[in-house]
Design a protein around this ligand. Structure first.
Ligand SMILES: [Zn+2]
Length: 225
């Protein structure tokens, strides 16, 4: 399937595009949210994509990051400046944004200098930390850790923006790769939690969106097998 961006993938929710394959979303509602920001130096491209949806970038109220990885937080600092908006992230990942070399697992190497410098990563300033059960705009926060300690999903009715907690690959929702997890057991628990949810539209951080209403149930069945 060819992905055309930006496009509306749920009511008031737009997939803006992929930068290094990392998807960013715009959600219009009680608050207009920009969810994830691609890699570094794509702030202009993201703003153009927002405009192409018919939404003025100046109406964005807040940037929400599903987790702190380079390819999701890369342009957050620039966009926060350009749009004069606060950045929110889960508390556990907020701690790593300020001290990335404290990252657990493989990320200890990935977030140690000179890698952030080479990638020209500018860690965003975090204005608000979020946690399980919080609401942001029309969305409820689910803490779905494992890929990173503070990975979170945003849920509104049966729509979930899940960051890298799940991947949609070749028509199937699948768990993310284990070697990138900071905590494999937590990632498995988060996968099970999302697999037993009532989500019918799953908007992951990579590859493509999943609007197959049966995909979550299919994941649940595969995990149980
Ligand atoms: Zn990630």
């Amino acid at each position: 399937m060819i992905n055309r961006y930006p496009r509306e993938v749920a009511e008031g929710v737009f997939a803006l595009g992929g930068w290094w394959g990392a998807l960013a979303y715009l959600a219009v509602g009680a608050e207009t949210l920009l969810i994830d920001t691609g890699v570094s130096h794509v702030a202009g491209a993201i703003q153009r994509a927002v405009r192409a949806t018919g939404v003025h970038p100046g109406s964005i109220d807040r940037i929400v990051l599903t987790h702190y990885d380079y390819d999701h937080s890369g342009s957050a600092a620039q966009l926060a400046r350009d749009l004069d908006v606060p950045v929110a992230i889960h508390a556990a990942d907020a701690a790593l944004v300020s001290n990335p070399s404290d990252s657990p697992g493989l990320r200890r190497l990935l977030y140690h200098q000179p890698v952030p410098q080479v990638l020209r990563w500018e860690p965003p300033e975090i204005a608000t930390t979020l946690g399980e059960g919080d609401t942001v705009g029309d969305w409820q926060v689910l803490h779905t850790p494992g890929h990173t300690p503070g990975s979170m999903s945003l849920v509104r009715d049966d729509v979930g923006i899940v960051g890298d907690a799940l991947v949609f690959w070749r028509g199937r929702l699948i768990p993310n790769v284990r070697h990138l997890a900071t905590d494999v057991a937590a990632q498995e628990a988060s996968t099970r939690r999302l697999a037993t949810s009532a989500l019918r539209t799953v908007l992951p951080g990579h590859y493509s969106v999943c609007t197959d209403p049966n995909a979550v149930e299919a994941l649940r069945r595969r995990l149980a097998a």
